[in-house]
Design a protein around this ligand. Structure first.
Ligand code: GDP
Length: 316
């Protein structure tokens, strides 16, 4: 178990994942959480990150900061996704090493795996084939991040571990229609269609691509589980092991938000990876499984969306 009284740095605490990890750690009695906003510290800047670590001296780090987005943002801004993430991950890993951090958890992503990986995807599929072109920049940066953790462990003996989450959703998500991921985008589109009395809602692609969705609070729980119990070189998949088609997802969101809505598929938009579902047996064998069903998670996210819209704090 990691020490609940020690200083813990959550890098990326305002994002979907970071805000959930902060809630999880607070609920678990962590008493010394350290966070810093993008405005106060540019995580791409090694000298600035070094200076911050020298003052704050965290003993544990959750490295969940990064430039993230959905299929459109990834495919139209590949340079930003590659550069920002390469830099952020390198500076924090290096500063953690230099200041003798006890343990660091790095968060990858299921998009690191080859486009034609066997499904469900096992951890061993990494670097066995070409990447999905719509998120290649992001994936390359994430692969470099995993390798950073592995090589710092091998060369310096640092206890740096990596978790690979599947597609995530939940409270605090980005509801931007162009830049965000499928689940919040569909939720917002159905919501706005209902408000406007519109019958049809656009879904990108053919609807046949298959994805797995993990509630972010389950991910936060898995991250703490791994921080407490896992100290090995290999990265660990985190997901539900269950997938569905984008059409099925859209129908489920419609039933919750705007039951009269009709789906219209815009096939000029890319499907991306044909299927992406993780083999989660390594994590299951360690003793952790996801507990939030998609139905519960969607209802919870929609409740949060309505409240956040009311308070004017949605990321749009
Ligand atoms: P990906 O797993 O990196 O492809 O992440 P996304 O969440 O961006 O997209 C997942 C799938 O949902 C892709 O097949 C998209 O074409 C499809 N999709 C359907 N409608 C939307 C939408 O409104 N926004 C996004 N981002 N994807 C959508």
């Amino acid at each position: 178990m990691i020490d609940r009284q020690a200083p813990v740095f959550v890098a990326g605490h305002r994002g979907l994942v970071g805000s959930s990890i902060v809630r999880r750690l607070e609920a678990d009695g962590f008493s010394d959480l350290r966070t810093v906003g993008r405005d106060a510290l540019d995580l791409r800047d090694q000298a600035a990150v070094d200076a911050w670590f020298d003052v704050e001296r965290p003993r544990y780090v959750f490295l969940v900061a990064g430039t993230v987005g959905g299929i459109h943002a990834n495919s139209t801004r590949p340079a930003e996704f590659l550069y920002d993430n390469l830099m952020i991950h390198s500076t924090v890993v290096q500063a953690a090493h230099r200041t003798g951090v006890d343990k660091l958890l790095y968060l990858g992503s299921s998009c690191i795996y080859p486009r034609h990986a066997d499904q469900p995807i096992t951890e061993e599929a990494l670097l066995t084939g070409p990447l999905e072109p719509t998120n290649e920049g992001y994936a390359l940066a994430k692969i470099a991040g995993i390798k950073l953790c592995e090589t710092y462990r091998r060369q310096y003996g640092d206890d740096f571990i990596s978790a690979m989450p599947t597609n995530l959703y939940g409270p605090g998500d980005n509801f931007d229609l162009e830049g965000g991921h499928v689940l919040p985008a569909l939720m917002r589109r159905f919501h706005e269609a209902r408000e406007a009395g519109a019958a049809s809602v656009t879904v990108w692609g053919t609807g046949t691509a298959r994805r797995e969705f993990l509630h972010v609070d389950d991910l936060a729980d898995a991250c703490l589980f791994l921080m407490d119990r896992y100290s090995e070189a290999g990265h660990v998949n985190v997901g539900t092991g269950v997938d569905l088609t984008i059409r099925e997802l859209a129908e489920t969101v419609r039933d919750l938000v705007h039951p009269e809505g009709e789906l219209v598929f815009d096939t000029s938009r890319p499907d991306g990876m044909p299927r992406k579902v993780l083999d989660v047996s390594r994590l299951t064998d360690l003793g952790w499984t996801a507990t939030t069903s998609l139905a519960e998670g969607l209802a919870d996210t929609y409740r949060w969306y309505l409240e956040a819209a009311e308070r004017g704090v949605l990321r749009l």
